[in-house]
Design a protein around this ligand. Sequence first.
Ligand SMILES: Cc1cc2nc3c(=O)[nH]c(=O)nc-3n(C[C@H](O)[C@H](O)[C@H](O)COP(=O)(O)O)c2cc1C
Length: 399
Amino acid sequence: MLKGKKIALYVTGGIAVYKVVDLMRTLIKAGAEVKVAMTESATQFVSPLTFQVLSKSAVYTNTFSEDDPERVNHIYFADWADLAIVAPLTANTLAKLANGIADNFVSSALLASTCPVFTIPAMNEHMWENQATQANIETLRGRQMYVMNPDEGFLAEGYSGKGRFPAQERIVDELRLFIREAAVDLPLKGKSVLVTAGGTKERIDPVRFISNDSSGKMGHAVAEAAWESGAKVTLITASSLDVSENITVARVESAEEMYDAVSSRFDSSDALVMAAAVSDYSPETASPHKMKKQDQLTITFKKNPDILKEMGNRKHSSQCLVGFAAETDNIEVYANKKLKEKKADLIVANDVGKKDRGFNVDKNEVIFFSQAREPQIIQLKEKTEIAKDIIDWISEFLN
Ligand SMILES: Cc1cc2nc3c(=O)[nH]c(=O)nc-3n(C[C@H](O)[C@H](O)[C@H](O)COP(=O)(O)O)c2cc1C
């Protein structure tokens, strides 16, 4: 979502400037191209050199240092960006934005901006609560600029209150939501996507279980990619990985719980992506107490419900069903068999016998098997990228 985005980062003079250095690095790590402009006050807190080195781009601080006769810098800066972020937004610059004042590089470029503007105010609690500040915030919101609410907590002044620069996770969640809202023609807008992830745990007793090596990374990446494409997403996960606020999560443990969670939601979903590694078997009986050491232990297993197969039998033609095949040999044979037997539309097959891909790592190489097309090899790359390919496939299928 942030990949390839041109972000103009406007930094104004609050104590939270140092936190914006880290925010900028997160944006760059997510693939955004960031250029920075700072007010004179902001440069009192962190040197422009820090932003210059980390963004690998010159930092704009002065409206009149026009180094290139071919352009006017503040207009060039405003026009270059796909997205403007003001962080932290001081009470002072907020007041300028609300009143159309253009008396420095930051306020002039922002007044000239036509791209979406996302702002992160941070200030002393009394400054925040001041009627003038609140009125200015309403003005900005009325003009479709996004104004985050600050966090409550320990302030630089030594007491607790509202006005803190928000935690980075919340900034990223709200920013992604803002970008999604601003986007036109998202392929899965109005669609409902159900995703499963992680390796189920089958209890032997209250402290022991049988599971597998699945980390849940692939399923979580698919859920995020579906959300970024505009879908309403529910993730049913047996993994303990974090999930962004934008996604509805159902945490489950066993195959049985996963079955119930999928079954009750499947009929109202447009697509189901079964990325979870669901255990085929579970102990016939789980001991209610911790089992004591014995010379020999025999556990009898029963077969778990085959969720993919059941949903394949239940699905109607407008629904899209995607399964995964994790194999160590004969991938093509097993994947094609699975495609037919489970009545899936797409099987994403991968070789889990190799150390650098598949289970528990960030990368994978997969092959798409579908009824209609020749097998498609997706070369080794980040799971987040493979997730996008899967979502593109689903979008094409549903549309
Ligand atoms: C130590 C210190 C910390 C400050 N922190 C903040 C702050 O967090 N938020 C804010 O709105 N103003 C803060 N100010 C006040 C601004 O720096 C001041 O209003 C300045 O004029 C803002 O200029 P700018 O909006 O052009 O960056 C702080 C000032 C000082 C000296």
